[in-house]
Design a protein around this ligand. Structure first.
Ligand code: WQD
Length: 356
């Protein structure tokens, strides 16, 4: 009998890559997703890659009644991985109430419903943004969290505080919170990848859309930072490495190996790259010259962020394996596949000659 894991937001970028790793590690998966920032087509892509179709339930986790019903139907699950959240940093600053309601109501309903149905393991999708402006580097899990600049980041910080309170009051509930640095890249099949809604906030999808001719040029937000080339440094991590860490975190909880009710792990490579490093590596790896222009700084950007990865290595037995070249190349292959598919669909819908 396979252990069942409920994955909220499982049709999303990191969620879908994690579902693939769970299925390939012989777990049964139930995806809960409201499809507000993802597509049901991801389910068939997961099946194409793994040969297995996860159970998929379209649900708004802000609906407490519906959430309780779905957890009651799947009370045999051994744990939950909670990805479901809005994540556009810029939009969150413009619409804070939308973000606090969605990200926190979904979390609270999920926690209440799963515990009511006796599901006691919870993996939380957190973010390095909870560290705010770091005063030491590399950043360890003992670094104090600070009020993130964006509402998105603050929903992650508040969520971790909710989990801290909850594990203090509920002695049988175990949580691992995974603080992602900068997830990029795509599955080697080229079947799934990042699908930003509208204009991408993040660097990698903006680069691949510029290279694909969707965007006219990449704006480099400032080159006057105190870094080697003046552009900000981030710890980019391959989304497949990130996904594998989630499987190890699930196994740690199912095997009751956790040492505290709430454990927190950084997920990064421990290596920082600047924006210019990423641009130059993209050009080298793909052979595509990137059209970019240096403009003014973006509000909220910090000069440098990269992870200490010792704790995840020691406790999860995990470290990132994939290099920046692979992260970038897999992003580019996914972008090209996605654009080709989109063109084929739009041509077939318009009945243009290429398909006659
Ligand atoms: C990276 C660097 C920009 C776009 C955020 C969230 C984090 C996580 C990842 C969700 C920065 C520069 C970017 C562009 C640019 N979110 N940049 N031109 O801001 O480090 O982290 O996304 O999972 O929680 O905080 O990532 O990709 O937006 O930016 O120059 O068009 O690229 O200034 O230095 P960030 P990012």
């Amino acid at each position: 009998m396979k252990d069942k894991i409920i994955v909220t937001g499982g049709c999303g970028y990191i969620g879908s890559h994690t579902v693939i790793e769970l299925l390939e590690s012989d777990f049964e998966v139930v995806i809960l997703d409201d499809l507000s920032n993802s597509s049901e087509a991801t389910i068939s892509r997961i099946k194409k890659i793994t040969g297995i179709s996860p159970i998929f339930i379209e649900i708004d986790l802000k609906d407490a009644r519906a959430t309780h019903k779905v957890f009651s139907d799947h009370k045999d699950a051994k744990g939950v991985i909670h990805f479901a959240a809005y994540k556009a940093v810029g939009e969150s600053v413009q619409e804070p109430i939308k973000y606090y309601k969605n990200n926190l109501f979904s979390l609270l309903n999920t926690l209440e419903a799963q515990v009511y149905n006796g599901i006691e393991n919870f993996i939380f999708s957190s973010s390095a943004t909870v560290y705010g402006m770091p005063n030491t580097l590399p950043i360890t899990e003992n670094n104090k969290t600070q009020r993130p600049f964006s509402t998105y980041g603050n929903t992650k910080k508040i969520a971790e505080e909710i989990l801290e309170d909850y594990t203090r009051s509920n002695k049988v509930f175990s949580v691992i919170s995974l603080r992602y640095f900068n997830p990029i890249g795509a599955h080697s099949s080229g079947e799934i990848g990042e699908l930003p809604n509208g204009i991408p906030n993040n660097l990698m999808p903006y680069i691949t859309q510029t290279a694909a001719g969707i965007r006219e040029k990449l704006m480099v937000y400032g080159n006057d930072y105190p870094t080697k080339d003046g552009t900000p440094i981030r710890d980019y991590i391959h989304v497949v490495d990130l996904a594998k860490a989630h499987v190890l975190a699930v196994k740690r909880l199912l095997n009751k190996e956790q040492e505290m009710a709430l454990e927190i792990f950084n997920l990064g490579t421990g290596v920082g790259y600047s924006v210019m490093d990423v641009i130059k590596t993209f050009e080298t790896v793909t052979g595509v010259k990137l059209n970019y222009e240096v403009t003014s700084r973006r509000d909220g950007d910090v000069p440098e962020l990269y992870a200490s990865i010792n704790l995840a290595k020691e406790k999860l037995g995990w470290s990132a394996k994939k290099a920046l070249d692979d992260m970038i190349n897999s992003s580019w292959i996914w972008e090209q596949n996605f654009q080709n598919e989109t063109n084929v669909i739009s041509k077939s819908l318009s009945g243009s000659d290429s398909l006659k």
